[in-house]
Design a protein around this ligand. Structure first.
Ligand SMILES: [Zn+2]
Length: 243
């Protein structure tokens, strides 16, 4: 007993000195690989909202406030499973390669706006593509032009730029011209109190190994070099507030 007590105490003093007995990440991981890659059954809340509880509650608060200023927030897309993301990726891959693009060229084109299955922030239940439901808009509503001055979602963009952070929501793919990876997406917001720790756990996974084990149309062309730069540019070159 004495020895055990001594070990315990010395462990504690080690921690007090900032010398943990095991890597900190081993203790701090909160989210599973399945949750982070869209392969888990998540509890999602709100009809037509489909976010984790905390994000859902914050969204409703934000929606209420926006409504008072004449903006009707609508979720166009929020949670997406791995299988759904794979379908999106494969449909685009088929369309581009049938147009005559080389496989890698097609994948480069896909990742301007869409993710490789398993790496979408939409897998997390914290992120949503939003528009203003009260403004008439035809065709593809997630078109950057519609959010510009004079477009139907100009008021939405300005309101969100000013108020979204108050509710914990942050734009992910900003308009910073020096940012690489996904193009500017004025519609894609992320609930930071959950998604910041999720991204942190995502970075601790062996993304390379997980992707290499996946099998979908075009996956054989995802080289190690491609995946590395995809992680640096598309996953990590985002709004610094979300890192
Ligand atoms: Zn999105």
């Amino acid at each position: 007993m004495k020895r055990r007590k001594f070990l315990k105490n010395s462990g504690l003093s080690g921690l007090a000195l900032g010398l943990p007995a095991f890597p900190l990440w081993a203790a701090q991981r909160e989210f599973t690989v399945e949750e982070l890659t869209g392969k888990a059954d998540l509890d999602l809340y709100g009809e037509g909202i489909n976010l984790r509880k905390e994000a859902h509650d914050a969204f409703l608060e934000m929606k209420k406030a926006a409504y008072q200023d004449g903006i009707s927030l609508k979720v166009v897309s929020s949670y997406r499973s791995y299988d759904r993301q794979r379908t999106i990726f494969e449909q685009k891959y088929l369309a581009y390669t049938e147009e005559g693009m080389e496989p890698l060229e097609a994948i480069d084109k896909i990742v301007e706006y869409s993710t490789i299955p398993g790496t979408s922030r939409h897998h997390w239940g914290t992120d949503a593509d939003l528009i203003d439901d009260s403004k008439p808009a035809s065709g593809d509503v997630l078109d950057p032009e519609k959010f510009e001055d004079g477009g139907p979602f100009e008021d939405f963009r300005k309101w969100m730029e000013e108020h979204a952070n108050t509710y914990g929501f942050y734009l992910v793919y900003t308009n910073n011209p020096r940012r690489r990876g996904f193009r500017y997406e004025p519609w894609h917001y992320s609930y930071a109190p959950l998604s910041v720790p999720m991204l942190s756990d995502f970075r601790k996974m062996n993304i390379l190994r997980i992707l290499e084990g996946d099998d979908f149309l075009g996956s054989e062309y995802l080289t190690t070099g491609f995946i590395r730069s995809y992680i640096t540019d598309n996953i990590l070159d985002i709004n610094p507030e979300l890192l």
